[in-house]
Design a protein around this ligand. Structure first.
Ligand code: SF4
Length: 373
């Protein structure tokens, strides 16, 4: 998106105007090939475009060849401290290697890794985390944590540039949202390379999603960032969902359905929270991009549902199904979800035609005033 330079990780373009790419990381033991591939399959099904796997030891490096061969998305090897593992990973055909040139064993080892990357056409990810800054920048970090991250990253950039290597992307992650935002902003003004955004150790599903949405989302809204990873202490499939929610909310990617749901209030006659949860769960089975509104009543319900491709608005015993700005029909409350998805499936089977419509073409049986949504 923002970075002038472009690299390719497997067949995936990063930077140079390419769409922002979603990454995540497996939580399995990489040497357990079956478990790792099974998790990669789940993540790819959820939309992940690049996967990173940890390679802490030789058994993990030896597992890379079958993983790379059978994974449905490009695989990045995450390596620290051990240059020989990075060499093995590249020989196994990984799409990229994440290293920290500062902890890979000295300049001779960095040269070895870069020469192998050049020979195999393997891009690298470099960069610093606030928790793993080099010793000489720890004092700087107490007064200027963002500046220390940028300094650390630029020192790594200088090493690679001195070796004539430019196929890399950079991260400057922190668990502090203001720090990572400041660091990425500063770095984006100083380098042309693609930037990989993330709030590291962001937290559990809710707190981590909030922090990531603010940190990653704010930077993307400013045009900074080319790949993203949402780091959550939960099933990594949730990371992918949150990442796409961020991109969808910013209008940067259209992947999968988008749910619009009212918060409900004293006017509703249905359990909107339960209804929305049921619809959201069923929408996970779709990759097509369309909008579905779940509204609690006919006050704001029809207006919001009218903007979406499909919608339902609850009522006392019966609700309404909407499609493309018009009421389709009134159905008993207990048929609302089934009939909604029958309509969606039929529409997808027809090629998802979107008829032209005005903002207010609704033929409403009930019109009230005011509303809380
Ligand atoms: S008034 Fe708004 S918030 Fe309340 S139930 Fe209706 S649509 Fe939902």
């Amino acid at each position: 998106m923002a970075s002038p330079r472009q690299i390719h990780v497997g067949g995936v373009a990063i930077g140079g105007g390419a769409p922002v790419v979603v990454q995540s990381m497996t939580t399995t033991k990489t040497h357990d090939v079956d478990a790792t591939l099974a998790q990669i399959e789940r993540l790819a099904a959820a939309g992940r475009e690049i996967v990173r796997v940890a390679v802490p030891g030789l058994p993990d490096a030896e597992a890379l060849r079958p993983i790379v061969r059978d994974a449905p998305v490009p695989v990045i090897a995450d390596i620290h401290f051990n240059a020989s593992l990075a060499l093995r990973a590249m020989d196994a055909g990984v799409a990229a290697v994440r290293i920290n040139p500062g902890n890979i064993g000295g300049e001779a080892k960095v040269v070895q890794v870069v020469e192998r990357a050049q020979a195999t056409g393997t891009p690298l990810r470099i960069g610093a985390n606030s928790g793993s800054l080099p010793d000489h920048l720890r004092w700087t970090a107490t007064a200027d944590p963002a500046g220390a991250l940028v300094r650390a990253a630029l020192e790594e950039v200088e090493i690679l540039e001195r070796l004539g290597f430019h196929e890399f992307k950079i991260s400057v992650k922190s668990s502090s949202v203001p720090v990572m935002m400041a660091a990425y902003r500063q770095l984006s003004e100083q380098v042309p390379y693609p930037l990989h955004l993330g709030v590291t150790e962001a937290g559990t599903l809710l707190t981590g999603a909030v922090k990531s949405s603010i940190g990653i989302g704010s930077l993307l809204a400013q045009g900074i960032g080319d790949t993203i990873r949402v780091s959550l202490s939960t099933d990594p499939v949730e990371e992918v969902r949150v990442a796409f929610d961020i991109l969808r909310a910013l209008g940067l990617r259209k992947f999968g359905p988008e749910l619009i749901a009212c918060p409900s209030c004293g006017r509703t006659n249905v359990e909107v929270h339960e209804l929305a949860a049921v619809v959201e769960q069923r929408l996970l089975g779709y990759r097509e991009h369309f909008e579905v509104a779940v509204m609690g009543c006919a006050v704001n319900g029809p207006g919001e549902a009218g903007d979406a491709d499909f919608g339902i608005a609850g009522g006392r015993d019966a609700g309404h199904i909407y499609a493309h700005g018009a009421v389709l029909r009134r159905v008993p409350q207990d048929r609302l979800v089934e009939d909604l998805f029958a309509e969606i499936d039929a529409w997808i089977a027809q090629g998802m035609p979107r008829p032209q419509r005005g903002r207010r073409k609704l033929d409403l049986p009930v019109v009230l005033t005011g509303g809380a949504a």
